[in-house]
Design a binder for this molecule. Structure first.
Ligand SMILES: Nc1ncnc2c1ncn2[C@@H]1O[C@H](COP(=O)(O)OP(=O)(O)OP(=O)(O)O)[C@@H](O)[C@H]1O
Ligand SMILES: [Mg+2]
Length: 413
């Protein structure tokens, strides 16, 4: 039987990217097709024009279908925006008959109990991620299925989203003609694509600097402990250049990408560049160091916000592996040096790894979320398949249905 194929869509503030892929050999993802186009109708990661966003999504899906020669029926969708928040919650259940080993069903019950957190009725739970289990007081159990005990606790990371922002996004995706398999918090997806198992274990923060938002996910001992979305990104860096240099937005964007740097002292003081500008001349000469100074100010402010967020969870000193920067704005030269300076932690740039097939474009940090969404969905499916022999009879029907459904997400054209 052919490998099941999946589709994921990253609806970003500046671009929409749909990827179709399947699990390859080992840990690899084989990319069958990618469809990227400019985004529309989104500000700071949130939909503010349903019609424009729907069209941008439909066009990205159409391109991915052509590239992969498949028909996309359903997708895994990334979600972000300042409306997202997270907390840690513990679920506790009693095991009815301690003479029988703990089942997958007991684990589900424990997770359900962790989900019952006090949230306002204008918010919805999008993830309940188990961090570790406790069986009769034995701490940090990774997988309790098959163990004996009379009480099972699960420590989880719960992510909630604002109902209206979430439904606006869903409306756009469904309006573009596909079903939604799941909503996945964007930084959790990005982490799947760029962070190594060693970094996860030793403590690391993923920082995805996109166009409209900077998304954060903090991992300790292999599990997520904190996630957040900050409303600042590359779009704000470009806007600062528009104001400081008095140039049109497209010229500022091009200048940032071509001549930008996050550390002014590393740019030759005598280096001048000529760029498009407002005014009678239409062109102007600008010092490259000035461009770097403008970008440094905004990026430094951004890392200070990140530092405050890390301090809030008192996690900063536990991050032995430091931070991994990804997202489109992580391509700004020198940004990892500035991150190390402001955060006082090791920093590196994260690019999507373990890709095969039509994946050339996707090795760029801007595609961490798209690749991560795909990896997340493949992992979910793998867990389902792997765990099937352990499931009690009543859940098996549901599992088979779910796997069957997962296999029907794309059709050959
Ligand atoms: N070489 C570069 N130097 C600096 N910035 C860059 C470079 N290349 C891309 N960017 C910036 O990256 C940003 C886009 O990143 P990305 O594609 O990750 O965002 P997005 O996913 O569309 O948005 P978001 O995740 O915030 O909703 C843009 O602001 C762009 O200017
Ligand atoms: Mg993004």
């Amino acid at each position: 039987m052919a490998n099941p194929t999946f589709a994921a869509i990253d609806v970003g503030t500046t671009k929409v990217c749909t990827v179709v892929g399947e699990l390859g050999a080992g840990n690899e993802i084989r990319i069958l097709g990618v469809g990227v186009g400019p985004s529309a109708g989104l500000t700071k990661g949130m939909v503010d024009n349903i019609h424009a966003a729907m069209e941008a999504i439909a066009s990205s899906i159409d391109r991915a279908e052509r590239a992969s020669g498949t028909r996309i029926l359903s997708v895994h969708v990334g979600i972000a925006g300042p409306h997202v928040s997270s907390m840690n919650s513990r679920g506790i259940v009693a095991i009815a008959d301690p003479r029988h080993p703990i089942t997958e069903h007991d684990v589900e019950r424990a997770k359900e109990s962790a989900r019952i957190v006090n949230i306002p009725n204008n918010r919805e739970v999008i993830h309940v991620i188990p961090r570790y289990y406790v069986v009769d007081g034995q701490d940090h159990v990774v997988d309790p299925v098959g163990m004996f005990g009379s009480r099972l606790d699960v420590e989880t990371h719960v992510v909630t989203a604002g109902s209206s922002a979430m439904h606006n996004l869903m409306q756009c995706v469904e309006g573009a003609g596909v079903r939604i398999d799941s909503l996945i918090l964007q930084p959790l997806a990005s982490a799947e694509a760029v962070i190594t198992p060693e970094e996860l274990e030793q403590g690391v923060a993923l920082i995805d600097i996109g166009g409209g938002t900077t998304d954060l996910a903090v991992y300790l001992q292999g599990a997520v402990v904190h996630s957040a979305v900050l409303p600042v990104g590359g779009v704000h860096m470009t806007r600062d250049l528009v104001i400081a240099l008095r140039v049109p937005q497209p010229a500022a964007e091009q200048t940032k990408r071509r001549y930008g740097h996050a550390i002014p002292s590393l740019v030759d003081e005598a280096d001048d560049v000529e760029i498009d500008a407002f005014g009678s001349e239409g062109r102007k000469t600008v010092r490259r160091r000035l461009i770097a100074e403008v970008l440094q100010a905004r990026t430094e402010e951004l890392f200070e916000m990140v530092r405050a967020e890390l301090r809030r969870g008192a996690q900063e000193e536990l991050l032995s592996a430091g931070v991994v920067l990804t997202g489109g704005a992580a391509s700004l030269p020198g940004i990892e040096l500035l991150a190390e300076d402001v955060l006082g932690l090791p920093a590196r740039i994260g690019r999507p790894r373990h890709l095969a097939g039509l994946s050339d474009l996707l090795h760029d940090p801007a595609y961490a979320t798209s690749v991560g969404l795909l990896r997340w969905s493949l992992k979910e499916q793998e867990i389902l398949l792997r765990s099937s022999p352990l499931l009690p009879a009543p859940s098996l029907g549901g599992l088979v249905r779910k796997v069957a459904h997962l296999m029907r997400v794309v059709l050959p054209q």
